[in-house]
Design a protein around this ligand. Sequence first.
Ligand code: HEM
Length: 592
Amino acid sequence: MSTPGIVLAARLALFPVSFYLLIISVVRFASKSGVSIPTWLLVLGIGACLPAGFALRIFLKDVAAKRKAAAIGARPVVAMKGERFGNIDRMLQLLEFFKTGYPGDGVTDAVDQLGPTFNFRVMYEDLIFTTEPQHIKTMLATDFENYVKGNKFRSAVLTVLGTGVFNSDGDMWKFHRSMTRPFFSHDRIAHFNIFDRHSEDAIKLMKQRLRAGYPIDFQDVISRFTLDSATEFLFGNCVHSLSAGLPYPYNVPSTEIRTGKAKIAEDFAGAFAQAQLIIAERPRKGWIWPLFELIGDKTAEPMEVVNQYIEPILREAVDKHTKMTMNGDKQKYELTDDDTLLDHLVRFTTDPVVLKDEILNIMIAGRDTTAGTLTFVVYFLATHPQVLARLREEILTKIGPTNRPTYDDIREMKYLRAVINETLRLFPAVPFNVRESVNAATWPSTYPAEKPFYIPAKTSVSYSVFLMHRRKDLWGPDAEDFDPDRFLDERLHKYLTPKPFIFLPFNAGPRICLGQQFAYNEMSFMIIRLLQNFSSMTLAPEAQSPETRPPAAWASGEGRKATEKFYPKMHLTMYAYGGLWVRMTEADNEIA
Ligand code: HEM
């Protein structure tokens, strides 16, 4: 069985083999010419050829890059200098931080030393990193064609995402985007029905558990809400994960054994998260990541669980479509309000692989992002009661204690939008991202007096909106504070209006998030329903197991890290490690 690791190992083995073949040819040629090579020289040559060849390759690549940069009046991006071969110490440190640190640990100190744009250079391969808005703008918008998702990213996520809108480029990406776009731009009021039903179920469960005297894991309940909403929205077939009931605090013995639908939903959600964690870790190991999976693809097991859930649904949709076509029941190509995304997609293709990839891409893009953001909104509401009170007042004034919010209501609620945006600023759902340069290019220097940066062709370029959103030079001295008013008062005109690229939770340019409006609607709807039903919230960290609470060592860190009251972690998207446990007070009767 060939694994990504075996393929890379075989390619790497070709490198020394070609050197040894060269040595054998030299020896043969020498002996034919009557020259005898001493054994010690032969042994030395064989022993040294691999490192020497590797060093020569790096040296020649570096010289070529410097010459090309100089020829166009640019300079290489300054590289990080670790203490071990190929910056392997920094790479291992980053991997460790990825597992146990605060987001950005290991990167922020490099930014402090080297500036907002620098080169990680892992195993002598360039990996440029930036938090600079003008450089991010270049990649996402002004020079979009030159920065693709690229083969490196694609190969790292292939075993989970296949080929879909999220990870394809060029014509393939245009095909995927054009296939899915009509679904998002359509005025699909029916989605509010889906949100309404599932939010009602979620709030009912929350109330039951809170009335029994236990706190709830809001992240868990909201992830079930977004899973049920997403599966109904995508397939018309909901996993009913809310029916599985809610978990109890870690120290409350529970004898509940999940079976049937509840178990399927639980297994599916767990496996999907596990698969995402694995693909998020791969690029952090640099180009040698496949060597960590020599004996097997680590995503195979969780993806089997994901596929077991998804494949029967796809088969059913394709069969339905085939029957209708055979009956001469011509399918209309216009989208109707009752269509699911799957109904829409089977009109383009019945290829099960394309359908599965497309659905999983949208699921990753759309489900965890909204669940994570809603979790962070509740975190901020629980820790900023004055914001909660003001937001609740806006909701009760505009919509009332029980009315169902409409699209127009949501559009007019300025403070609600500011609360969501401020949450997305401090905890953007996609905190780190990556592109790959197609051709060599230059970026303006951070300091105008210096030469521009040289970006070599086919180079990975990673960027972090998480770190950019917290930069004091871009957002003001209070950049690390949660304060929704910055999206409403003079700070808006001072910082954001002149430089809109400092706020990019949904990305920008041709690849801007397709579900942005959908996400604002879903999140706004849920927040409104929550605050119609609950009048206050507090965190209950004692309900979660101690290792998932913010480590005590963070207290000596800088900025938000020192005072954060939950443990933010990330795979492709950001989430609260161990959940977000809260207590909520039900609103008075006249409101409930
Ligand atoms: C808070 C909620 C959300 C945030 C912060 C968010 C953020 C993003 C970001 C940053 C990207 C760009 C990824 C990249 O190009 O590397 C993206 C792409 C995308 N998002 Fe969202 N998203 C959210 C919700 C949704 C929802 C609800 C859906 C759909 C149901 C969705 C569908 C998509 C799709 C299809 C793409 C791929 C666009 C493309 O590559 O052309 N997103 N999103």
